[in-house]
Design a binder for this molecule. Sequence first.
Ligand code: NIG
Ligand code: FE
Length: 419
Amino acid sequence: MTTGPDSRNPFPGNIDRLFAHCRVATMANGTYGIIENAAIAVSGNKIAWIGPMNALPDSLPGKIEMTDCNNLWILPGFVDCHTHLIWAGSRSEEFEMRLAGASYADIANAGGGIFSTVTATRAADEQRLFDMASRRLSQFLSQGTTTVEIKSGYGLNLETELKMLAVAGRLKQAFPQHIEATFLGAHAVPPEFSGRSDAYIQEITQVILPKVKTQGIATAVDVFCENIAFSREQTRQVFDAAKDLGFDIKLHAEQLSDSDGTGLAAEMGALSCDHLEYLSDDSARKMADHGTVAVLLPGAFHYLNETRVPPVRLFRQLKIPMAVSTDLNPGSSPVFSMLPILNMACLRFGLTCEEALAGATFNGAAALGMTARKGSLTPGRDADFVIWDVDTPADLCYLSGITPLKQVVIGGQTVYLPD
Ligand code: NIG
Ligand code: FE
């Protein structure tokens, strides 16, 4: 496969870097797209050319920094489209409670769960939150994740929601990864509004959301639609307000029960619906009709010891793109790497390795509305990729306990080399 903007003159400008003698899984359109004995030419922050070495023109324009990849594999950097990376406090005692028989909902209903993280996050100042989140984001970089969505949702009041999103903004400045911030004020009913969830929804739609918009600190709005959180009608109100303000929308849906939040979100044009263990056939059809991405979160399924899996066969039949994400958070998915998530997606949800890798790259980008820039290696897309010392891409889903990562490149720059 030789691709370039113009086959007679495939190089639109100078080439800055050439990654030669590699094996590539482009993940274009969500399939491996393997090119053996390949080269990737980078111009500025973009991929200028990708193809087999023997199709590479003899002379390339520009002063080129050459990297010999020694036949190692290159895949797109992981796109983690669903994380709650900013929080304070610890919830490991809840893990022990669940091992002793308590459920996630029991703990939430008793005032623990999300509320315990809310208390700690409200108490932490911005600098402390930034320092803790920085360590997590550095860890993601060392694991090959180059694009990260980060949600608020552990503030549940104006001050702390804005503080969390300000931290996300500072992370954007401080880290090479691409970050997309999402407002998740409707994550739980805060204690001050206990028994008055409609009043909290009003606070979100009339006070908090307009502020988030004015400050330009988030691009999307998420809601947790569930019997322990918000109803379908409340979800609709938040989405209406969000859409009026020009935000993208997405939903935590059908994780513990079926509230048909997904049907609503799909009809309202959501980018993605996430979790989906209890999704009905009807709602799945609505996702297919509206091009909604299914974001699978096997980490939460695994850590909550759930038994009901999302309807993967139906997703395949209906050609609904499946993304795969860490859902990194302190309660249901304390997972700081995409690698174990790939393994869980295969073993717990029955994805093929190709589907899992597509979920963590191309379809992760689709869940963020970013396939034109992220998640696959084709000319014109951002030069965000990882060099892996593996025998096949499937090893990334198969091996455990090692991170066979050799180099992370973002926007054409080498941003991480392991010690
Ligand atoms: O995606 N389901 C709701 N929200 C998160 C969990 C948040 C938490 O437990 O702190 C999730 O699993
Ligand atoms: Fe989540």
